[in-house]
Design a protein around this ligand. Structure first.
Ligand code: NAP
Length: 271
């Protein structure tokens, strides 16, 4: 039986280690027969990402620090020069200073705010601009071009989630960017969507104060009464990158065991 991403090539940014949501997505893409290309931020991460790539049987790993325009452009040039036609791009990147994820939001510094927006939001715009020409091209079989760009967001964009702070504001801007990019790139048949994942213990998430309480509380209040499995996020990314997702763009799709629909819980009855 044909796999869902057979014949498709995907660029996945944001694998830091095997707990990364982007790693779960890369695994699912490989399972579905996609040709996957991974990136790493800098020399410090190179070896780890190369080892994970070898395990996944991913054959290409390229550098890309998304805060450096030259590196984003070099990545796109490299792919163009080697004749890569992209069908999907996954953006699984975010960063904020640890202190901005632990004290009151009102204390956020100008530089901390700008940093979170640069790495976590502007990078999507930069990656979209650089990779859109590689998706818009016709493929080797002359099929019409187009593709799917997917990013990862969190409920803290629309609700106040304690300690998420500057990252919540960044995710609000990210989701707005998804809509503007979807409008810009739709005529080239490029779809842009975000998956709003429930809380998952990853390196970035550990930077949020009391993250384990967030996990515990989330599992109690979610309709499915459990936390999110990274594989569930990955399978939704597969759907978006596949032909089954061909009519879906400009959306935020929640994969969070239903947590986003809940209001507040009543305190346990004492009577
Ligand atoms: P993660 O494993 O720490 O992934 C974050 C990635 O961003 C890392 O690979 C990190 O690379 C990369 N990154 C940071 N700055 C970069 C830069 N300048 N250039 C290139 N890459 C850079 O954590 P994650 O939880 O999987 O996060 C992936 C995405 O999912 C993020 O957008 C996050 O906000 C979102 N998300 C996470 C959760 C959750 O609960 N975990 C829930 C909803 C949404 P290095 O580590 O090499 O710096």
């Amino acid at each position: 039986m044909a796999q869902m991403l057979e014949g498709k090539t995907a660029l996945i940014l944001g694998v830091a280690n095997r707990w990364s949501l982007a790693y779960a997505i890369a695994r699912a893409f490989v399972r579905e027969d996609a040709n996957v290309i991974l990136t790493y931020q800098g020399d410090r991460q190179k070896q780890t990402v190369e080892e994970l790539a070898a395990e996944l049987k991913v054959h290409q790993v390229l550098p890309c620090d998304v805060t450096q325009d030259a590196q984003v452009d070099a990545l796109a040039s490299r792919l163009k020069d080697q004749g890569t036609v992209l069908n999907a791009v996954v953006h699984g990147i975010a960063f904020a200073n640890r202190e901005d994820l632990s004290r009151a939001f009102v204390e956020t510094s100008r530089s901390g705010f700008a940093l979170a927006q640069d790495v976590s939001v502007y990078s999507l715009v930069a990656v979209a601009r650089a990779t859109a020409p590689l998706m818009a091209a016709r493929d080797h079989n002359g099929n019409p071009g187009g593709g799917s760009l997917t990013t990862l967001t969190y409920l803290g964009s629309t609700r106040v989630v304690e300690n998420y702070n500057v990252m919540g504001v960044a995710k609000a801007a990210l989701e707005a960017s998804v809509r503007y990019l979807a409008a810009d790139l739709g005529p080239s048949n490029i779809r842009v969507n975000a998956i709003s994942a429930g809380a998952v213990k990853t390196t970035s998430a550990r930077g949020i104060r009391d993250f384990s309480k967030m996990l515990e509380g989330g599992a109690k209040m979610a309709p499915l009464r459990r936390n999110t499995d990274p594989a569930e996020v990955a399978d939704t990314a597969v759907f978006l990158a596949s032909d089954l997702g061909r009519g879906v763009t400009g959306n935020v799709i929640y994969v969070d065991a239903g947590a986003h629909i809940m209001g507040f819980a009543l305190p346990a009855s004492t009577s």
